[in-house]
Design a protein around this ligand. Structure first.
Ligand code: BES
Ligand code: ZN
Ligand code: ZN
Length: 497
């Protein structure tokens, strides 16, 4: 989608008209450049109350002699915020049909830059489909949307730069979605690493390092190795550094990257197993965030670590009953090979300590229990620091990506360190509180500053995106498939200090 900004209200293609609830007449500023027939048609619709302006509602006006238009509702004027504008922008793209054409002119007047920017953001985000694997006839291919936002005189420069940022961040969200939607025969650990490697060539200030299988074995990454060794597609760790040479502490993101989760020897039931291709959603979030930051020219240092493996049953696979030794030196009793995300993350989290980060945030499609607790509506959010947890929660609220605080209780830690033969166990004692026990398990692998034995643990948060990375029907920025959630949350958190 191409977006341009211009003051003045002449119309290219279809007019998109955002309206508040209860608008009874076309705002005066839009009368210029509008064909009288279309103007009276819109006024009649509004006067008759046929279009109520409810949030996200749309009405198409096509076939008349005065040109085409789409009315879109912003909801009640006194309740309208950036989220309403973003949703309205997304609703336009979602309900756009071939008949509207690809040239759209959005008419604004007297609207704030932030609101118009959010409307464009919604359009950009919703303009996504994953059809790389579909054959398409030449004549069915549609050209790119060409959107012009008309604003008031003097707003154009600032609005353009706000929209440029949204374009960059959206490219990160869409990269995350592409990675998550990619079929698992093409998206395996090495393929992810190759893509990261190629991506890094586009930016001067980005470096990607790949720790391959042999190196991971040598380094003692027993969690990553145990999960990935049952697959012919061997595991790896991919480290992204943006402005890596800058001194000082920086944010560090860690991603769970299981490119397909069969459950391993503790095999999952067959129903919907295909969806386990999105078990690398944590790594996709992290890669997408790096793209958002790099493409918008973020000047600060940021590091990301993705733990990539395919969890398969085979004669080389790990077994329930195995005890493995992780990079931290701590051992884990494997009681269920389907609780594999926490194993790869144990090495990723420990590795993060080498960068002396300001904080660590991990993203993982970690537990079905989190989906039971929060459905598809909110990500589970745990942290060893209450203020930090609040900051992430607020960053999520600012961009309408809900992350809900969950408890990190000593009782759960006790449960996960209560193994008869190892330091920790990868399964809780009972079936309750599974998302909390998983978080408590991860905490065991968050290093202290400088790895000092009795030092202070690095500030850390864990985000379980099992329910929000996929199947979120109420996420109006997404039609179907991978959602790309939290790229925008992280962009907001990292760039807003
Ligand atoms: N990848 C799954 C979690 C998951 C479930 C993600 C549903 C998305 C949707 C994870 O590896 C897993 O299988 N977890 C187990 C843990 C259990 C064995 C302790 C689960 O949630 O059942
Ligand atoms: Zn699993
Ligand atoms: Zn998994």
């Amino acid at each position: 989608m191409k977006v341009s900004v211009s003051p003045g209200h002449n119309i290219n293609g279809t007019l998109i008209l955002p309206l508040f609830e209860g608008s009874e007449v076309l705002p005066e500023a839009h009368e210029t450049g509008l064909h009288t027939a279309l103007k009276s048609q819109i006024n009649r619709i509004l006067q008759d109350g046929d279009f109520k302006g409810k949030m996200k509602s749309t009405m198409s006006i096509v076939g008349g002699e005065g040109g085409k238009a789409m009315l879109v509702g912003l909801g009640k004027e006194d309740e309208a915020d950036v989220h309403s504008y973003r949703k309205a922008g997304a609703a336009v793209v979602a309900s756009r049909k071939k008949v509207h054409g690809t040239d759209l002119t959005v008419g604004f007047s007297g609207t704030s830059i932030e609101s118009m920017g959010a409307f464009a953001e919604g359009m950009l985000l919703r303009d996504y489909s994953y059809d790389h694997y579909k054959q398409q006839e030449e004549e069915d291919k549609e050209s790119e949307l060409d959107v012009r936002i008309t604003c008031d005189e003097g707003q154009e420069e600032e609005l353009s730069s706000v929209i440029m940022v949204h374009v960059g961040v959206t490219s990160g969200v869409h990269l995350s979605r592409d990675l998550g939607n990619c079929p698992p025969n093409d998206m395996y650990p090495e393929a992810f690493a190759d893509q990261a490697w190629e991506w890094a060539k586009e930016y001067d200030d980005v470096e990607v390092t790949i720790i391959n299988y042999d190196q991971a074995v040598k380094a003692g990454m027993g969690g990553l190795v145990a999960v990935g060794m049952g697959s012919a597609r061997k595991p790896c760790m991919v480290i992204f550094e943006l402005n890596g040479k800058k001194p000082g502490r920086c944010p560090l993101l860690v991603g769970k990257g299981i490119t397909f989760d069969t459950g391993g020897i503790s095999l999952k039931p067959g129903a919907n197993m295909d969806e386990m291709k999105y078990d690398m959603g944590g790594s996709a979030t992290v890669f997408g965030t790096m793209q958002a930051l790099a493409s918008t020219g973020h000047k600060g240092k940021v590091v990301a670590i993705t733990c990539m493996a395919e969890n398969m049953p085979s004669s080389n696979a790990q077994r329930p009953g195995d005890v493995i030794k992780t990079l931290s030196g701590k051992t884990i009793e494997i009681l269920n090979t389907d609780a594999e995300g926490r194993l790869v993350l144990s090495d990723g989290l420990w590795k993060a300590g080498e960068f002396d980060p300001e904080y660590i945030i991990d993203f993982a499609t970690l537990t079905g229990a989190c989906v039971v607790a929060l459905g598809h509506e909110a990500t589970g959010l745990w942290s060893n620091d209450d203020d930090f947890r609040t900051r992430i929660h607020e960053a999520g609220n600012a961009v309408d990506e809900l992350a809900w605080p969950m408890p990190l209780l000593p009782a759960f830690e006790k449960e996960m360190t209560n193994s008869k033969i190892a330091d920790t166990r990868n399964l809780g004692a009972g079936r309750y509180g599974g998302a909390n026990t998983a978080a408590a398990f991860l905490k065991q692998f968050v290093p202290n500053r400088n790895y000092e034995k009795d030092g202070e643990q690095i500030t850390w948060a864990h985000m379980d995106i099992a329910g929000t990375y996929w199947g979120a029907k109420t996420n109006s920025m997404v039609g179907n498939g991978a959602t790309g959630i939290h790229v925008r949350t992280m962009y907001h958190l990292i760039t807003n200090g």
